[in-house]
Design a protein around this ligand. Structure first.
Ligand code: KG4
Length: 337
């Protein structure tokens, strides 16, 4: 089954053709990051306008790169939640129009379910049940994946998401938006033991809290400046990355152990972080767990992951009509459409 997938939840306009949920036939991602960087973060109205301008060309290119015509496409999958509503609506409406005109089934896909499904494209042998850590710009979740469309939330952030903590701390350190990759680069030459950063406690041991850590970074920068001392930014980046990686790894592996789960996976934009990938691999080896991680190209927002999840949503009977709407927030274990 060939699914044409469309993703426009934030600042990437993306389209892909995915075969049987596991094979990327083509994948096109048009990023708007350079423009949003001028403002230090994503400007929703600009995002919607850029999606409007590029969605036709991106979808056209994905079909052309797959060496197909619309006639070869069996269904259309689209991200409809969660995300920036104005941005989502562009993809949803485009997909609705295309599905209606070409008389193809329309499959609504939850963005975070898509991030998790990126692992199916990279690891053909991965099947539920397993446990997944989702760390992206807007979400931090520990999820028990009981089936392809059956999810249980074990832990989540009570304030900032991991990527948000990276971006806000990076901004305080003077790096451009989005700051995660800049922190990783700076951390490579820093001393990860130089500064002590806090690991906030949460009532549920598997929930996350990152806002205190972000505030500690900001306070450390201000206090150092006020004392007239020079801050070692690379070491601060290294300490921050190490602390976030340890928090994510300890809680995730702890949750997997408590749930007797030996198969674990990582997903989301922050999954691109080398420090986190290494820390998780070490913890997985120590605990006799098998770790699945998508390649960096599939960690950030893309449509191939949406095409993969769309296949499994379709198999479970999920299709939408022309009244499909977009939603800014939605739990991944309780989807509506
Ligand atoms: O998954 P994603 O592309 O968008 C959402 O669906 O939220 O994640 C974007 C997030 C940003 O916060 C970005 O700073 C972070 O992923 N990120 C990284 C790295 N690359 C991207 N964080 C840490 N290290 C990286 N190498």
């Amino acid at each position: 089954m060939n699914i044409l997938a469309i993703e426009s939840s934030c600042d990437e306009t993306a389209a892909a053709v995915v075969r049987d949920g596991r094979e990327i036939v083509s994948s096109v991602v048009a990023t708007q990051i350079e423009e949003h960087r001028l403002y230090g973060g994503v400007v929703p109205e600009i995002a919607s306008r850029r999606h409007c301008e590029s969605i036709y060309a991106v979808v056209d290119e994905a079909i052309a790169k797959a060496e197909m015509t619309l006639g070869d496409i069996d269904a259309i999958g689209v991200t409809y939640a969660p995300g920036l509503v104005g941005a989502l609506l562009v993809g949803v409406n485009f997909a609705k129009g295309l599905a209606f005109a070409a008389n193809k089934p329309l499959i609504p896909v939850h963005h975070i379910r898509g991030h998790i499904a990126a692992n199916y494209l990279a690891h053909k042998d991965l099947e539920p049940p397993y446990m997944c850590l989702v760390a992206s710009g807007g979400n931090s979740l520990i999820v028990k994946v009981n089936g392809y469309t059956d999810f249980e939330i074990i832990g989540q952030t009570v304030d900032d998401a991991a990527g948000e903590a990276f971006d806000k701390s990076a901004r305080a350190m003077g790096f451009p938006y989005p700051g995660g990759a800049f922190i990783e680069k700076a951390a490579k030459t820093g001393d990860a033991a130089k500064y002590k950063l806090p690991k906030p406690h949460t009532a549920n041991p598997f929930d996350f809290s990152f806002s205190g850590l972000k505030t500690a970074v900001i306070n450390l920068i201000h206090n150092t400046e006020q004392r007239g001392e020079t801050l070692d930014i690379n070491s601060l980046a290294a300490c921050f990355q190490k602390t976030v990686s340890e928090i994510l790894t300890d809680k995730f592996v702890g949750a997997a152990r408590e749930n007797d789960c030996k198969k674990i996976a990582l997903a989301g934009g922050v999954a691109a972080n080398g420090g986190l990938r290494a820390a998780l691999q070490t913890a997985a080896d120590k605990n006799g767990m098998t770790l699945f991680i998508p390649p960096i190209s599939l960690c950030g927002d893309n449509a191939a992951m949406i095409g993969s999840q769309a296949f499994y949503e379709y198999q479970s009977g999920k299709t939408a009509k022309t009244d499909l709407n977009a939603y800014a927030t939605m739990r991944l274990d309780k989807v509506i459409w």
